[in-house]
Design a protein. Structure first.
Length: 65
């Protein structure tokens, strides 16, 4: 059960990253201010980190048996 929750959260983080990268509602990179660019970089790295941590946790949760 916990494994399913972890995988769901990690894929939600991946969808968030894809939304930030490919959404048509986002401003083009060259039209963003330095502050907006930095914030977007942090959100992308954070979402990717959550995704990777979730996948690693799901793999290790399965190895306990």
């Amino acid at each position: 059960m916990v494994r399913i929750i972890v995988i769901t959260i990690s894929f939600a983080a991946l969808i968030f990253v894809f939304y930030l990268l490919f959404s048509k509602r986002q401003k083009p990179w060259n039209e963003m201010t330095e502050k907006e660019q930095k914030k977007k970089k942090i959100m992308i790295v954070s979402g990717t980190t959550v995704f990777l941590a979730g996948i690693i946790a799901a793999l290790f949760l399965g190895k306990k048996k």
